[in-house]
Design a protein around this ligand. Structure first.
Ligand SMILES: Cc1cc2nc3c(=O)[nH]c(=O)nc-3n(C[C@H](O)[C@H](O)[C@H](O)COP(=O)(O)O)c2cc1C
Length: 318
């Protein structure tokens, strides 16, 4: 009874958003089913539990089609993805019937599949399975593990994070830099309407806000109170209208941060961006990647970008 009252009192969409602030890595959890075929899914609920004995856990939604397989398996493996493995995450977050033909994998101690190129991996015997609300907690006793020097793939607020980008961006700082931002507000992205088409807010450097040529200065002038969370992309443009190093952050504008926005500001829902009006080819493909990655996170609890709380299916998001 108390549980029901408490969950009714919680705004689930807000709860998801709050959970999305917790930065995690991304893993692929795998096993071999009784018929001998491999099975796996993407998970960011992986956590270390105990050093002695060595235990780790992962939470599996009861709505996942592989839930029954993992709740009964006596072994499983966790591959911690490296930052170049977003595509692997996408494959295992999908309902594809042939996930394992789309990636390279191998086995070690238990026979559960391990992703080639992972930043680390943990091969486990099932230690316990605990029922927990709409998930089960699968606890594994680690019998074998590997790790490399690869940078891990990160995940926060429904999109992937590349930690090593910070160093690249620092190295890229120079006179030919262009520093921009992909900013979200209420499920939409902030675009600027210009005679040449739609653009992301950009400056020639990041700070300070008193300098009208910096990104912070541009945002201040536009009336946008923005929070920049992470670097999203760094790329070199050799041609086009702005050759040089382009650095893009991702972040958010709070609703009250848009009190008196400039007339050029458009907040376009992620699913309704008019791609043909995006002026710059590289920015268009970067934004398309951003929208794709945001929509891959259609699982509510793992990210929480939906205002409605409804689970959006992968099939409709691509
Ligand atoms: C970044 C990311 C993290 C995820 N984390 C989990 C998780 O921890 N547990 C879970 O049950 N599903 C998680 N999912 C969703 C599953 O990967 C997804 O539902 C998948 O389709 C399940 O595969 P299955 O239906 O073949 O079992 C995550 C998805 C993404 C993109």
């Amino acid at each position: 009874m108390t549980d029901t009252i408490q969950s009714q009192a919680l705004d689930l969409a807000e709860f998801r958003r709050a959970l999305g602030a917790f930065v995690t890595g991304v893993t692929v959890v795998t096993t071999i089913q009784p018929d001998g075929s491999p099975r796996g899914f993407t998970a960011n609920s992986f956590t270390s539990v105990s050093l002695d004995p060595p235990l780790v856990l992962v939470c599996i939604a009861k709505t996942a089609s592989s839930h029954a397989v993992f709740s009964a398996t006596d072994h499983f493996a966790v591959s911690v993805l490296a930052e170049g493995q977003k595509a692997v995450s996408g494959v295992f977050a999908s309902k594809s019937a042939d996930k394992f033909t789309q990636v390279d994998w191998h086995t070690r101690a238990t026979g559960a599949p391990l992703m080639n190129g992972a930043a680390a991996s943990f091969d486990c015997r099932t230690h316990d399975v605990i029922d927990a609300g709409d998930h089960i907690i699968l606890i594994g006793r680690v019998v074998d593990f590997t790790h490399t020097t690869s940078s891990p793939l990160g995940y926060c607020r429904g999109a992937y994070v590349n930690f090593s980008l910070s160093q690249e961006a620092l190295a890229a700082a120079g006179s030919r830099a262009k520093v921009g931002a992909i900013l979200e507000l209420d499920g939409g992205v902030v675009l600027l309407d210009t005679p040449q088409g739609l653009e992301l807010p950009c400056g020639v450097k990041l700070e300070p806000s008193s300098d009208a040529t910096s990104l912070r200065g541009v945002l201040a002038k536009l009336g946008l109170d923005a929070h920049l969370d992470f670097l999203f992309a760094v790329f070199e443009e050799s041609s086009g209208h702005a050759p040089g190093v382009h650095v893009y952050y991702r972040g958010r504008v709070s609703s009250d941060g848009l009190a008196v926005p400039s007339a050029r500001v458009r907040v376009v829902p992620l699913g309704e961006i008019p791609w043909d009006r995006i002026r710059d080819d590289a920015v268009r493909s970067m934004l398309q990647r951003y929208v794709r990655e945001r929509s891959e996170d259609a699982f509510g609890i793992y990210v929480g970008d939906t205002a409605t709380g409804k689970v959006q299916s992968l099939a409709t998001s691509h």
